[in-house]
Design a protein around this ligand. Structure first.
Ligand code: MN
Length: 506
C-alpha cells in the first residue's frame, strides 16, 4: 500500500505439550515447532512474520505467555498448536486473559502414517489429533471466538486461510487505539451514517472525534508557495492532467487550490495522529472546493475515508486497506449509485460525487475539473478513471442500536460496455451475486448502507475473520444466498446476539 506506515507486527506461534513425555521428547517437540515456523515463514505467502516461542508445558508459562502477547505491541495474534497432549485445564487462565486474535492450527508434524515402522513412540510424538481436540474443547467451553485451520503444515492449502486470518489480525491490531477525525457532523437527516461512538470504541478500540472544517482553513493560511508548487509538480508527473488545469491553462488556479486542500488535510491528520477521516459537503466553511482530489490521494496513501460524516465506513475502509496492504488491487470508498436492470442478472454502477480511491484504477487516472451541482462551492478538481474486472466485494458496517453488523456482498466487477464519456467521476461496475434482485433485497433486509468499502483484493473470509475478532455479526450475501434462508438468519442472529451480549457485560 502505503506511505502511511503500518505498525511493525508479527504473529506468535505457541506449541503445547506437557512434562509427561520426558526431556528427549520435549526437545523433539521444540525442534518440530521450529521447523514448522521456518516452513511457514519461508512460504512467502503469509503477510506477517511468525515468531516461534518456547514450547508451553505448565499453567504458569502458558498464562505468562498469553498475557505477554496482549501487552507486546508488536504481537498481532497468536497461532496455537498442540504437538502432543496438553491437558487443557492448564490453558484456562491463559486463554481467559488472552487479548489477541487466536488461530488454532490443527496440524501434525508427520504428514503420513509410516505403516511399516509405526510404534507407540511414533504415536505419542504425533498425537495432535488427540491433543488439539482437548484444546478445542477448552476454547469452546470458554466460548472463545477463534479460527481453526486444519491440514499438514507443508501443504499449500493451509496458507490461504492462514493468510486471510493474518490480514484480519493486522487490521484488528491497527484499530486498537486508532483515531478517526470527523470533519463536520452528519449530513442532513441521513440515518445509516449515525451510530454510537462510545459503543464503537468499546467494541472496536478506535475513537471518533469531531472537528470544525475551519481548522483546515487555518492550516491552509500557513502553507508556503514552494510546498504547493512541489505537490502540483507531482500531480503533473503522475496523472493525465486536463489542458485547462495545466500551468498555462485557465483553471490552473483551481488545481493549486486542490493542492492547498490536500496539504492542509494531510497536516491536520498527521498532527492529530488520525488514520481515517470523514468530510461533509454541507460544512465547507473556509474551503473553496469540496475536497475531491485530496481525499482520493489520501485514500491511496492508506487513510480510511467516508463522505458525509460516515465514520463507521471510514474506519472500515482503513481496516480493509490494512488487510489488503500486501495486495496490489487496492481498496476504495464506494456508493451504490445507479442500476442497470439487464437480462444477465443486473449490474450496479458504483461511484461517488468525487471520492473514489485511485488505488482501484485501471491505468493512469485523468485529472479533471467539472462543476458540482450541490454544495454551492467552486468546481472541484478530481481524478476520473475506470476499474478492472474481476471477483470483488462490497462491505458495510452498520449500527443496529444495540450492536454492530458487518454485511458483505460478493460481486463480479465488470468492464463497462461503452466508455461513459459524459460521466465526470471515477466509477466501477459490478454484478452482485447471486443476482441484483436477490442481492439488493438481501442487502436492504440486512440494513446495509449505501456507503461501502469496495475491493478486488480481499475475499469474504477475511472480513468474516475480522468480524469474529470484533465479536460482531457477519452477514455474507454470496452466490448461495436465498432470501428465505437469509430472513431466518437475520432473526436467529438477532436472538443469538441479544442473548450473547444482552446486558452488555461482554
Ligand atoms: Mn454518499
Amino acid at each position: 500500500m502505503s506511505p502511511l506506515s503500518l505498525q511493525v507486527s508479527e504473529v506468535w506461534f505457541l506449541t503445547g505439550s506437557q512434562h509427561l513425555y520426558g526431556d528427549d521428547t520435549l526437545r523433539q517437540v521444540q525442534a518440530h515447532a521450529d521447523e514448522i515456523v521456518r516452513g511457514l515463514n519461508a512460504s512467502g505467502e503469509l503477510p506477517l512474520p511468525i515468531r516461534g516461542r518456547a514450547i508451553l508445558t505448565t499453567p504458569d508459562a502458558i498464562t505468562r505467555t498469553l498475557r505477554e502477547a496482549g501487552t507486546d505491541s508488536s504481537c498481532a495474534g497468536v497461532i496455537v498448536w498442540m504437538h502432543t497432549f496438553s491437558p487443557a485445564k492448564m490453558w484456562i487462565s491463559g486463554l481467559n486473559s488472552l487479548r489477541r486474535p487466536l488461530l488454532h492450527f490443527h496440524t501434525q508434524f508427520n504428514r503420513l502414517i509410516p505403516w511399516e515402522s509405526i510404534d507407540m513412540d511414533f504415536m505419542n510424538l504425533n498425537q495432535s489429533a488427540h491433543g488439539d481436540r482437548e484444546f478445542g474443547f477448552a476454547c469452546t467451553r470458554l466460548r472463545l471466538n477463534r479460527k481453526v485451520v486444519v491440514g499438514h503444515w507443508a501443504d499449500p492449502a493451509i496458507l490461504p486461510p492462514m493468510r486471510n486470518w493474518m490480514r484480519a489480525a493486522r487490521a484488528w491490531h491497527d484499530w486498537q487505539g486508532m483515531r478517526v477525525a470527523r470533519l463536520g457532523d452528519n449530513m442532513r437527516a441521513v440515518a445509516v451514517t449515525e451510530g454510537d461512538k462510545v459503543a464503537a470504541e468499546n467494541r472496536f478500540g478506535f475513537s471518533v472525534d469531531g472537528y470544525g472544517v475551519g481548522d483546515l482553513a487555518c492550516i491552509q493560511k500557513d502553507l508556503t508557495d514552494e510546498a504547493v508548487d512541489a505537490l502540483v509538480g507531482e500531480y503533473l508527473d503522475t496523472y493525465a492532467v486536463a489542458p485547462t488545469l495545466q500551468p498555462d491553462g485557465p483553471r490552473h488556479r483551481d488545481l493549486r487550490e486542490a493542492a492547498r486542500i490536500e496539504l492542509a488535510l494531510l497536516t491536520f491528520l498527521k498532527e492529530r495522529g488520525c488514520a481515517a477521516f470523514t468530510t461533509t459537503f454541507e460544512d465547507l466553511h473556509g474551503l473553496r472546493q469540496l475536497p475531491g482530489l485530496a481525499v482520493q490521494r489520501l485514500m491511496a496513501a492508506g487513510y480510511g475515508f467516508a463522505a458525509e460524516g460516515d465514520w463507521k465506513t471510514a474506519a472500515l475502509l482503513r481496516a480493509m486497506k490494512v488487510m489488503a496492504a500486501d495486495a496490489p488491487e487496492g481498496v476504495s470508498f464506494m456508493e451504490d449509485y445507479t442500476y442497470h436492470f439487464d437480462e444477465s442478472g443486473g449490474q450496479v454502477l458504483g461511484s461517488h460525487m468525487l471520492e473514489i480511491c485511485p488505488s482501484i484504477s485501471e491505468g493512469q487516472p485523468k485529472l479533471e475539473i467539472h462543476p458540482l451541482g450541490i454544495g454551492g462551492k467552486e468546481d472541484p478538481v478530481r481524478l476520473v478513471f475506470d476499474c478492472p474486472a474481476g471477483a470483488a466485494l462490497n462491505a458495510s458496517l452498520i449500527d443496529l442500536g444495540n450492536r454492530f453488523r458487518l454485511v458483505v456482498n460478493t460481486v463480479e466487477a465488470l468492464k463497462p460496455e461503452s466508455p461513459l464519456p459524459r460521466l465526470p467521476v471515477a466509477r466501477t461496475l459490478w454484478r452482485p451475486l447471486p443476482d441484483l434482485p436477490t442481492a439488493a433485497a438481501a442487502w436492504i433486509l440486512a440494513g446495509g448502507a449505501h456507503h461501502t468499502g469496495f475491493t478486488r483484493a480481499l475475499r469474504a473470509e477475511t472480513l468474516g475473520d475480522f468480524a469474529e475478532m470484533a465479536g460482531i455479526e457477519f452477514l455474507l450475501i454470496d452466490e448461495t444466498c436465498r432470501l428465505p434462508d437469509l430472513k431466518d438468519r437475520l432473526r436467529w442472529n438477532d436472538l443469538y446476539h441479544h442473548l450473547a451480549h444482552g446486558l452488555g457485560h461482554t
